[in-house]
Design a protein around this ligand. Structure first.
Ligand code: SF4
Ligand code: SF4
Length: 431
């Protein structure tokens, strides 16, 4: 198999195709600290793309309550177990080879889904990707075990209390919103025997060519995130299309000048947990150094947003700010060793980071660049850090300004939310 560079695991790995990179890459940051599990995102996607016959169980966007929820059921636990069986006690990160240039994650010393497939003989012959085909009943419930927590409310000595105290709650769950990660090295694309799956050169969105697809379901098996789904009415597989007409700037109601817009699920998010972007990619596949691009800033510059299961090896382009009350070992398995670093920053964001966090859901257009206008200091806040110590957070009423691809100003947000008092005489209640 050809060798490719995967920055998230900080090493080369084998992949069935040669490196070939888009000019821009669809990417997003989700902040589960703010997700309320309302499923507005889920329904906005369903009512746009998957409301037809044969798509009843198809949820391109889903929100699952962790640790018990999953769509399909137990998708991540099953694959983690398969990888562990393929490489017993070898699936770990080596923090020793930390490369500050690349990531705070260290180097993944285990096997990715592509490498594990090479090692495992199967009766039907060699496979390109380690995966499995979920049974029909595993797709039945979009969010089984909704809001079901785990943990123990009593201390070891039988005392009640402290079940919801930071840094780690004893009783916990959280909502994990998921869409296709439009991976750099997609498992779905690698496993398709018909070459029906491709990555668009202009934005890295991964699509299934419906004319070439014969419904073999190898992509359903090969996507580690289970985001390629089978449609029995057409006998083809379908997946999230990244709302590409919006990303192409076709919706003039959002941008009259034709600048790229965010997807429907991003735009609808009630909890303001989502920020979508396009990051510039150089011909070698590296992210072009753009610290004033919000996605670059959060994922690469500050490393507060981490990829979901980077050890699978697909270099997913979805990033998450880890929920700060959740036991660290669970989070480290899910987001890699960068978790402590990310949570420490999120617990007490500095002036610049606090400003960038205000950009979430402030506009439906994709923000390509931000700038910060400095304002006066308005408060000092005492913050308890994850290590138990305290820190003083200085709050300034700065203004963060966002610009679209055409460098037009599209959003302007202050740190302090402005309040307005409605003059009662001018707006009497008409009911
Ligand atoms: S998340 Fe799955 S379906 Fe989406 S690009 Fe990656 S491997 Fe393919
Ligand atoms: S709309 Fe936003 S807050 Fe609601 S479930 Fe989806 S991601 Fe979470």
């Amino acid at each position: 198999m050809p060798r490719v560079r995967n920055w998230q695991i900080n090493r080369e790995m084998s992949y069935p195709h040669e490196e070939h990179h888009p000019r821009w890459q669809f990417a997003f940051v989700f902040n589960p600290n703010r997700c309320i599990g309302c499923q507005t995102c889920t329904m906005s996607c369903k009512s746009t793309w998957t409301f037809s016959k044969g798509q009843e169980l198809m949820w391109w966007n889903n929100v699952e309550s962790k640790p018990y929820g999953g769509y399909p059921q137990n998708w991540d636990a099953k694959l983690l177990e398969m990888l562990e069986n393929a490489n017993p006690r070898g699936q770990f990160w080596s923090a020793k080879e930390k490369d500050p240039e690349a990531s705070p994650y260290g180097t993944f010393a285990g096997l990715t889904i592509f490498e594990a497939a090479e090692k495992q003989a199967r009766p039907e012959g060699p496979q390109r990707v380690l995966g499995y085909l979920p049974a029909d009943d595993e797709w039945r419930s979009p969010n089984i075990y909704e809001d079901t927590p785990t943990g123990e409310i009593y201390d070891r000595d039988g005392q009640f209390g402290g079940s919801a105290a930071l840094p780690e709650h004893k009783v916990w769950f959280f909502h994990l919103a998921r869409i296709c990660n439009h991976c750099t090295y997609p498992g779905c694309l690698a496993s398709c025997p018909r070459n029906a799956i491709y990555k668009r050169p202009e934005d890295g969105i991964v699509l299934i060519d419906q004319k070439r697809c014969r419904g073999y379901r190898k992509c359903v098996e090969g996507c580690p995130y289970k985001k390629a789904m089978y449609r029995p009415s057409t006998r083809t597989s379908e997946k999230c299309i990244g709302c590409f007409p919006r990303v192409e700037g076709k919706d003039k109601t959002i941008s009259p000048t034709g600048a790229p817009a965010e997807t429907r699920c991003m735009a609808a998010c009630v909890g303001k947990i989502r920020l979508q972007g396009l990051v510039e990619i150089d011909p070698q596949g590296a992210w072009v150094d753009r610290p004033d691009n919000p996605l670059y800033y959060l994922a690469r510059e500050r490393q507060i947003a981490l990829p979901l299961y980077p050890q699978f090896g697909t270099e997913p382009n979805g990033y998450y700010i880890p929920p700060r009350w959740v036991p660290r070992r669970y989070l480290q398995q899910m987001f890699g060793p960068g978790v402590e670093h990310a949570i420490a920053q999120y617990s007490c964001p500095d002036r610049e980071l606090l400003a960038v966090l205000q950009l979430f859901r402030s506009t439906q257009q994709i923000i390509f660049r931000f700038a910060i206008e400095k304002g006066p200091k308005v408060a000092d806040i005492e913050v308890t850090m994850p290590d138990g110590g305290t820190k003083t957070q200085e709050i300034f009423n700065d203004t963060v300004v966002g610009y679209n691809k055409l460098d037009e100003e599209i959003t302007r947000v202050t740190i302090e939310e402005p309040t307005f008092e409605r003059p009662s005489a001018a707006h009497v209640n008409s009911i």
